[in-house]
Design a protein around this ligand. Structure first.
Ligand SMILES: [Zn+2]
Length: 219
């Protein structure tokens, strides 16, 4: 298991409610992982949780090419409403390849490759994400087991492989829009994601700012 150090923490008021935010440092990684905690998770089982890998383009630039920001937003909304829960914000951009190379993958997509083929053409494995630091963070938090919010069975397996007890998978889908629908379909058809659009939860994205269906720069 990877070594993580609980470096600092504070109470943070947010749009969703107040969370305890804990920063972890990991040996050999210049980026700090975060645990964003609602309620008392220590000693608890089946804690509602999301292991979320950072997405600068989606979360900061509000890119419409993926659904990361909306999934993160939904995770915060859900744990704020639960008795307790935790979002692990993991610093591994672009399924682990980093931001600069992720932009190269996006450029390939503009030439007609889908997300899986673009990664392969550039020589990256489909998914370089790891979760041993997540296991170490949950252990530090005293979380016994988690109910994982994801549509990706491979992520459940990845977390289990790296030492996390996942009791069940909780479907976690935000209604797609015109620009990310193709990306979501690729994830379903080629990466084993499981979802049913009837489970989709409406996006909290501000309405009336733009209409994605009016844009034509789809993948
Ligand atoms: Zn993203």
């Amino acid at each position: 298991m990877s070594m993580v150090l609980r470096y600092s923490e504070c109470r943070l008021p947010t749009e969703y409610g107040a969370f305890q935010v804990i920063a972890y440092r990991e040996e050999g990684n210049p980026n700090e992982h975060l645990a964003i905690v609602h309620g008392d998770v220590a000693g608890k089982r089946d804690v509602l949780a999301r292991a979320h890998s950072e997405c600068f383009t989606g979360e900061i630039l509000h890119s419409l090419k993926c659904d990361c920001r909306e999934q993160l937003d939904l995770a915060f909304r859900r744990i704020a409403e639960a008795d307790c829960g935790v979002v692990l914000y993991l610093r591994q951009e672009g399924r682990g390849i980093g931001l600069g190379d992720k932009l190269r993958v996006y450029a390939m997509q503009q030439q007609g490759y889908d997300t899986v083929d673009a990664n392969r053409v550039l020589g990256f494995k489909d998914d370089l994400r790891r979760y041993d630091m997540a296991a170490a963070m949950l252990e530090d938090l005293g979380v016994e087991s988690i109910a994982l919010m994801t549509n990706n069975p491979a992520k459940v397996e990845g977390l289990r492989r790296d030492g996390v007890i996942v009791t069940r998978r909780v479907p976690h889908l935000v209604e797609p829009h015109a620009l990310n629908r193709g990306y979501l379909e690729t994830k379903r058809e080629r990466m084993g994601h499981v979802y049913d659009l009837r489970d989709a939860i409406p996006s909290a994205r501000p309405l009336g700012v733009f209409d994605p269906s009016s844009m034509h720069d789809a993948e």
